[in-house]
Design a protein around this ligand. Structure first.
Ligand SMILES: Cc1cc2nc3c(=O)[nH]c(=O)nc-3n(C[C@H](O)[C@H](O)[C@H](O)COP(=O)(O)OP(=O)(O)OC[C@H]3O[C@@H](n4cnc5c(N)ncnc54)[C@H](O)[C@@H]3O)c2cc1C
Length: 521
């Protein structure tokens, strides 16, 4: 190209900041037209790249959740609420253990046990005389299964309402952003996304005790499958699952013995509350052996003989069935976690308080991360993980997670026990009030138990609340809300509570922390 005014910058040069020589007009026109073609071509390329990216994004999930229990399905809803494109992979039924094999079926059965007990043993106390009463256990199970079905289909409806894509199959991580699903119909599909939440839950744990593999030995899933109430049952483990099953079968007429390794049933619970529940269970006829362990189970003539050691002595207990309720094991095998370097400890996925694992973009929640194995804890962790996946900064607070046991009397606790406050060297005060003199409790015929508060001695901050008594599992939330808002004990003590209600006992216990209970005798 002829070069005029060599060295002089032209406006063409501005195109790429390059100095070029000014060409004659016809050459300039040719260059212009070439450039326009190039610009058109390059803008086509930009459009093509954009559309390819759009296509790639269209197939890309913001969050892929493995496991549809109360952790996973709640995380899915929260991520969708925040505008996320969400995939939920579940190999079994939506709702996980909680809806299908845990919280819901057991509570439905506990309610039946209470109705039966009230009708058989207590109705005449209320002036209600009934004729012949018998237990139709098959109907108890049918009602239970109907409730489960209703709730499971409710979760399915919520998934649709939030446009969450549900994949029925088993998931495995191929890489940080790729999940392979072996669909229940036999086919395979690979999903791609920005974040993964592992919510695979837990399964019943067992112990290396000889004889625990016999056909008359159940775990909590096996107990749900029972079509009749056993005549006698040995329960290994006095945690909340063991205690609830013991209570329920006892109410249905079974002869129950609990064997617990530590010195109290409900080992993590305030000892005053645990001791009180023990008294009620024993009054009902449940035999409880603490500081005891089962050494072996011998199967003879259709019966189980458990060799139990208590202190220095041994005894053989003959039962029809054995229920192993010694805790649960996280489900993390086969997920491909090792291949992408997700840190675990004895199967538990390690996370921080944002529910992040050590691998960016991979989160874990619920039973698979350990801690308190509770549905509402799993759900809250699901909310936290989903919010972090969607760009928020959320953290878990564990000190206000309540724990509830659905026996009669019910048990509910939140925060520090008195033993924990003592062990941590905290200066604390306690306040306590019994249900016995409460008008509502007398009216409904449930006067057992008490409310106990533990508060910081100097500032009155509520550190813990422990309730055993009627509707404890509902009453506890007054303390939960107060603790979550960092309210002091005075905020409960100086709030008017309606009369007659069970919540008046909560207020009296709060007043008692400052020695100001009105109705304490
Ligand atoms: C008898 C019993 C009673 C209980 N009662 C209560 C109670 O009253 N209150 C309470 O708060 N808690 C209770 N729990 C505990 C509660 O059920 C659990 O804490 C809760 O279900 C944990 O929720 P999650 O979402 O972490 O896991 P889960 O509910 O275990 O759900 C995990 C899901 O992941 C699926 N999954 C696992 N691996 C894969 C995979 N690779 N691909 C696809 N899907 C997979 C499983 O099929 C399962 O559905 C009870 C438990 C039991 C056993």
């Amino acid at each position: 190209m002829p070069c005029l005014n060599v060295g002089k910058s032209s406006e063409f040069g501005a195109f790429a900041g390059i100095t070029v020589c000014e060409p004659p007009m016809d050459v300039a026109m040719a260059i212009m037209s070439d450039l326009q073609v190039e610009i058109r071509q390059s803008s086509n390329i930009v459009e093509q790249v954009e559309s390819m990216m759009q296509e790639a994004n269209d197939g890309l999930f913001d969050v892929m959740i493995i496991g549809g229990g109360p952790g996973g399905y709640v995380a899915a809803i929260r991520a969708a609420q925040l505008g996320g494109k969400v995939a939920l992979i579940e190999k079994g039924e939506l709702g996980g253990v909680c809806l299908n094999r845990g919280c819901i079926p057991t509570k439905a059965m506990l309610a039946a046990a209470d109705v039966y007990d009230t009708v058989v043993r207590r109705s005449s106390e209320f002036g209600v005389n009934v004729g012949e009463v018998f237990l139709d256990y098959a109907k108890v199970l049918q009602r239970r299964d109907r409730i489960v079905k209703t709730l499971v289909s409710g979760v399915g409806y919520l998934m649709k309402r939030h446009n969450i894509q549900v994949f029925k199959g088993t998931a495995r991580l191929l890489s940080k952003g790729e999940v392979e699903v072996s669909l229940n119909d036999g086919s395979k599909q690979t999903l791609r996304g920005r974040n993964v939440i592992i919510a695979t839950g837990s399964v019943p744990a067992t112990l290396p005790i000889p004889g625990l593999d016999g056909e008359n030995v159940w775990d909590s899933d096996g107990a749900l499958g029972a079509v009749e109430v056993p005549k006698s049952l040995l329960v290994i483990g006095g945690g909340y699952i063991g205690v609830e099953w013991s209570y329920m079968f006892r109410k249905f007429g079974c002869d129950v013995t609990i064997v617990e390794l530590t010195s109290q049933i409900l080992p993590q619970t305030d000892s005053e509350v645990a001791d009180e529940l023990r008294k009620f269970l024993e009054k009902d006829g449940v035999k409880i052996l603490t500081d005891s362990s089962v050494r072996m189970i011998d199967h003879r003539d259709g019966k189980e003989f458990a060799l139990v050691t208590s202190g220095g002595s041994e005894q053989s207990i003959e039962v029809d069935k054995v229920l192993v309720a010694v805790g649960r094991r996280p489900v993390s095998d086969g997920l491909g976690l090792e291949s992408i370097g997700v840190a675990t400890e004895r199967g538990r996925v390690l996370v921080n308080d944002r529910m992040q694992t050590n691998v960016p973009g991979i989160y874990a929640i619920g039973d698979v991360v350990g801690g308190a194995l509770l549905a509402h804890k799993a759900s809250e962790e699901g909310v936290v993980a989903a919010e972090n996946c969607m760009g928020r900064d959320s953290r878990m607070r564990y000190n206000t997670i309540p724990g509830c046991i659905y026996t009669t009397p019910e048990v509910a606790t939140v925060g520090l026990t008195e033993e924990m406050a003592k062990a941590q060297g905290i200066e604390y005060k306690t306040g306590k009030f019994f249900f016995r003199p409460n008008g509502k409790a007398l009216g409904i015929g449930e006067t057992t138990g008490f409310v106990k508060f533990i508060a910081d001695a100097k500032y009155g901050e509520i550190l813990g609340c422990h309730i055993i008594g009627p509707h404890a599992t509902d009453l506890i939330h007054e303390a939960v809300v107060a603790m979550n808002s960092e309210a002091t004990i005075e905020s409960i003590a100086h709030s008017v509570h309606a009369h007659p209600t069970l919540s008046e006992v909560v207020r009296e216990a709060a007043l008692d922390v400052g020695g100001e209970s009105i109705h304490k005798g």
